[in-house]
Design a protein around this ligand. Sequence first.
Ligand SMILES: [Zn+2]
Length: 171
Amino acid sequence: MPSPSEMNFCPHCGHPLKDKLKYGKMRRTCEQCHFIHFYDPVVAAVVFAVQDNCLLMIRRAVNPEKGKWALPAGYIDYDEAPYEAAAREVLEETGLEVRITRVIDVLGRDTSTGAKASIVILFEGEIIGGEPSAQDDASEVAFFAPNEIPVDDIASFKSLDLLLERWKSAS
Ligand SMILES: [Zn+2]
């Protein structure tokens, strides 16, 4: 998470920014054009998709948790609809088309890893097409039954722990 002190110059007029109390917090502020720098939350989508009682997982090709098994996931772009972003991430990483069926949960920042997201939306998806093939931020794609999850080799994301726990207790 970049600290507010990392932005030193006004993105509008180039004037040096100063820390000022604005809307209840110290925020980088421009005294020349009155620009206030607000940090927007970074929002990530995680997709939980089960087919024939097996969970779709990817091996991560990027940090954090590079080389570990996790769920298809990625950042929601500023102008993107959340459901579309979630489906796009699955397609980009696994080659599979999903229909997002519901929101399972919404979590705050996960401090257990170097994950940047401040809001994590957990979606449920139904696979409706495509062929599994690892791409983009994934090096492998696989489906695991509840008792086949590679527990010693999974990413330590809180969202993943939570989803696996709920799935195993329901199955
Ligand atoms: Zn300015």
